[in-house]
Design a binder for this molecule. Structure first.
Ligand SMILES: [Zn+2]
Length: 145
């Protein structure tokens, strides 16, 4: 994957990185440390990661590498519940061991393409949301709550 990113075929390698990240995130869809998650303001339950992505609105810089604290890596996802409350999901490298590699590769990608990391992350988020909307019946879920 890193070799592909260095070959200079930046659009193609970007897709590969995004696919890989999406696949890794799908593995933690029902992770017990993350879900179900309850909104403390309105009481709405988010049963898994797909449900959370479907039924919340992205904020600016909605996925961030928050760096390392005590040797543990933290990735934060910030999105707004329909009631307006911000729900934060924290992915550590214990939850997703590949997360450090993903950020390293995204940074490589930003460097190669000359785009800011923020822009790479924003296009990743767009692709991930599309993927989830394709797989998960968001409208049907919305009606249930
Ligand atoms: Zn809420």
């Amino acid at each position: 994957m890193v070799e592909a990113a260095e070959s200079g075929a930046s659009n193609k390698s970007c897709d590969l990185i995004f696919d890989y990240f999406i696949q890794q995130l799908s593995l933690i869809n029902n992770h017990k440390n993350l879900f179900p998650k309850k909104c403390r303001t309105c009481g709405k339950d988010y049963e898994n990661l797909y449900h959370y992505i479907c039924d919340t609105e992205a904020k600016a810089q909605s996925i961030q590498d928050a760096g390392e604290i005590m040797g543990k890596s933290f990735t934060m996802i910030y999105r707004n519940c329909s009631c307006g409350n911000t729900l934060v999901i924290t992915i550590t490298d214990e939850i997703m061991p590949e997360i450090k590699l993903v950020w390293k590769t995204l940074r490589n990608q930003a460097e190669i393409s000359g785009k800011p990391l923020k822009e790479i992350v924003a296009s990743f988020l767009e692709e991930w949301e599309n993927e989830i909307h394709g797989q998960y019946n968001c409208l049907e879920r919305r009606e249930r709550f």
